[in-house]
Design a protein around this ligand. Structure first.
Ligand code: UT7
Length: 328
């Protein structure tokens, strides 16, 4: 196992205050609390208010992570942001957050990897730190999925929520930090989870507003099967790269999309559910914010303790997937 060169110096998250419960959806759509809980594990999700922009939520999470790291924003030299829901298509969300927090000495850019975006960003930042391109990085996952969710489509509307999470990555003590990582993608499966309209091929038009192609579309059952297969495989490969087996993992913090996917992933690497952190019931799927938000909650609730071996594993549109093993 390699000595971890870079550690989490600070972690922060933000969730908007407005809550949408399954009972609220029962009034809006042909669905039921029982169906949503049994098929997904979700009870409620937080939805952005007017003031909660993607970059604004990212800013709040970032300032909390920086405060814990004891680092003024001007000390950052790298900002990587992940989002599937940018406030606007140009410039990058990372540049917007850079301006909001006053990190004027950093280079800032986005990674496009959907739900795994924060994990991708973490690996990119670690690689740039290792290459000497930067010394202190901020990696953010921030999402306003309510802006691209079709609330007339019961097969997707109940799944998503809004949130942000951020971490400061810097040189550590050589004991705590990232032990291994594994990333993978398969672009041939893109049509199973995508937003068909609104890009350069189908730019905004009256037609686009009518046909709902601006919203996220998902072939749920196919995505489910691929998620189970890919997350199990990524978890296994990242553990192998770290020279560890599932029984060495103190806490599995998976992407929170569906409790049944989480259970299947944990079972694949022989990790019992009492060593799995789950908050999908309260937030739903918050895409790239999901894992940093879960990590922050695991810590606040006392589940995540210094020195623990933690496995992060994720899956999303692209398809993209991956895993990270770290010592907290
Ligand atoms: O972030 C990473 C990407 N996303 C994911 O990982 C999500 C992956 N997929 C899933 O989590 C699951 O596939 C869903 C939760 C989306 C759907 O669960 P499922 O067990 O795969 O259901 P299904 O799509 O096979 O649909 C079963 C039935 C269908 O009715 P029929 O055709 O059997 O009559 C659906 O129309 O459930 C129906 N259905 C609903 N019923 C009540 C679908 N959505 C709802 C709903 N309420 N909200």
């Amino acid at each position: 196992m390699k000595a971890p060169a870079f550690a989490f110096a600070g972690l922060g998250s933000y969730v908007p205050s407005r809550v949408l419960t399954n009972a609220d959806f029962e009034k809006m759509l042909d669905t039921s609390d029982t169906w949503i809980r049994e098929r997904t594990g979700i009870r409620e999700r937080h939805i952005a208010g007017d003031g909660d922009t993607t970059s604004g939520m990212g800013k709040e999470a970032s300032l909390r992570a920086l405060a814990e790291a004891g680092l003024p924003p001007t000390e950052l030299d790298l900002i990587v942001a992940a989002t599937a829901t940018p406030d606007r298509l140009l410039p990058s969300t990372a540049c917007d957050i850079q301006a909001l927090i006053g990190a004027k000495n950093a280079v800032a850019f986005d990674v496009g990897a959907a739900c795994p975006g924060w994990i991708y960003g973490l690996v990119v930042a670690e690689s740039m730190l290792a290459a000497g391109q930067a010394r202190r990085a901020l990696v953010i996952g921030t999402e306003r999925l309510s802006a691209i969710t079709d609330y007339t489509d019961r097969s997707t509307a109940v799944l998503f929520g809004d949130a942000a999470g951020a971490v400061v990555l810097a040189a550590g003590d050589g004991r705590r930090g990232i032990l291994s990582s594994y990333l993978k993608s398969d672009g041939t499966l893109a049509e199973l989870l995508h937003r068909p309209g609104g890009g350069a091929v189908h730019p905004p038009s009256e037609e686009l507003l009518k046909d709902h192609s601006y919203y996220l579309k998902m072939a749920g059952r196919e995505v489910f099967k691929a998620a189970v297969r890919s997350m199990g495989d990524a978890a296994q490969r990242a553990l192998e790269k770290a020279g560890l087996a599932g029984d060495a993992v103190d806490l599995l913090v998976p992407h929170q999309a569906n409790i049944r996917i989480i259970e299947a992933t944990a079972s694949h690497v022989n990790i019992p559910m009492d060593r799995v952190f789950v908050n999908v019931d309260r937030y739903g799927n918050t895409s790239s914010a999901s894992i940093p938000l879960a990590l922050d909650e695991a810590r606040t609730s006392g589940r995540l303790q210094p020195g623990m071996v933690v496995l992060l594993v994720t899956f999303g549109a692209g398809f993209t997937w991956g895993a990270v093993v770290l010592r907290w």
